[in-house]
Design a protein around this ligand. Sequence first.
Ligand code: CMX
Ligand code: CO
Length: 157
Amino acid sequence: MVLPLLTRLDHVGIACRDLDRAVALYQATFGLEVASLEVNEEQGVREAMLAVGPAGAGPGSLGVFVAGVRPGYVQLLEPLSPDTPVGKFIARRGEGIHHVGYGVADIKEALATVAGTGIRLLDERPRHGSMGASIAFLHPADLGGVLTELVEPLTSA
Ligand code: CMX
Ligand code: CO
């Protein structure tokens, strides 16, 4: 395993009650564009990924990879029901930053390495994430209160 394990900041996950309103706010305020809009039943969310440069910065860009560079993203998350991770989070804390996602080169290797440090894995095996990525979560209580997501993009950048 090559260290450091985390290769880049992939996205900031933000919990919101109304996805359409949150997307409109980020579009109106920052001019960001929606790169993908998906429902992930397994994660209990309807979500939008809004690309933030470098590759996503150009006018009209939808956040696709340019020259192998994956942009960073704002991930806006609306719970599918109150009894989901994001639904429970909003009930307890209100809207706001829910998690941070970091890129990894090989998610299975990364999970094995992190598990060896004693940090609890919320996912023993990678799951399906937005835009075809493989994702896995690490326990916030073991990482200073920050829910942390590892992301291996579909096309590794
Ligand atoms: N960040 C930090 N702490 C969190 C948290 C978060 N996002 N969500 C819950 N917690 C804390 C709570 O504040 C609470 O802490 P205290 O006991 O100190 O008060 C504790 O965790 C338990 O809270 P809970 O509401 O009972 O939540 P659960 O234990 O049922 O679940 C967690 C918490 C993190 C294990 C669960 O949310 C989880 O498995 N998350 C991973 C999956 C996920 O979040 N998917 C949505 C995003 C999908 C995507 O990015 O693609
Ligand atoms: Co995420």
